[in-house]
Design a protein around this ligand. Sequence first.
Ligand SMILES: [Zn+2]
Length: 312
Amino acid sequence: MTPEIETNAKLARLLEPRGLGRYRGYGEMLAAIDRLGHRGATVAEVGKSVRGEPLLAVYLGERTISSRTRTTVILSGVHPIEWIGIEAHLSLLDRLAGADLGERAVIAFPIVNPDGVRQVEHNLREGRRRFVRHNARGVDLNRNFDARWHDRGISQRLLPFIFASGKHPSSEPEVLAIAHALSARRIDRALSLHSFGGAVLYPSAATLWPIPDRAEHRAWARKIARAADDKPYRATSCATWAKGFTSGGLELDWFHDRHGAVSLLVECSRGGIGPRPSRLFQPFAWFNPPALEEVAERLADAFMPFARGMKL
Ligand SMILES: [Zn+2]
């Protein structure tokens, strides 16, 4: 942990008066991950970000790994401004650390894009209203996975700077570290937590064609969508949700196409603009609701049966 992170005042004290919610800063997120280590989890560094931050994986459940060990993988912080996904993830890990996982293994990557998260925190502390989507090299990590990477959808062709997919599949250290850490695993459940939009999405992102195991995906998506909020989230395929704007290189397709997992991408919450138009000009508020604890706890409960590998 760098001195700069340690000496910073709690971010929540700056955000709360602005109506942005009591969000934790990067140093506090790391401390929360570290605390999981005292509750039976193994926390390991699996790589370094472009700027040298640790890429952390949290291991829970079965430790004797064979090629048959069923594994759940959870990601968040792929897009660095989507902090409610990280908060929901940490709540979920808190529950999983206290649960009997039987013979299941769980591997979690709570902060996939640490350089971006630090940039977002820096902007918040400086009062800069900036939208941050990329890693430190300007790549959208959720276009860099090795799944139909060459299939550029219209949005990627029209807006190559926003949806920058990198030089080649897994060209970014953050994505490569995940691929290496999971290379010998039998992954049957995958969950990636983004925001916002209140939706549970399933493959494909790259094509409008239905996947062969669509029924199982749709059933899980609907179950989680109902449990996520009093007004249920939408449950649909990613390409349908994006109004037909297909995209290659998503983690959602990578877990499904490469690993054979039931793979879900959740757009957590409905954002935080609500009745306060002043928040319209604060990108952080687009993605993150002020009532973070309430949203994160409810989502963690909604994700538990899926993450634990229970049957429908
Ligand atoms: Zn996202």
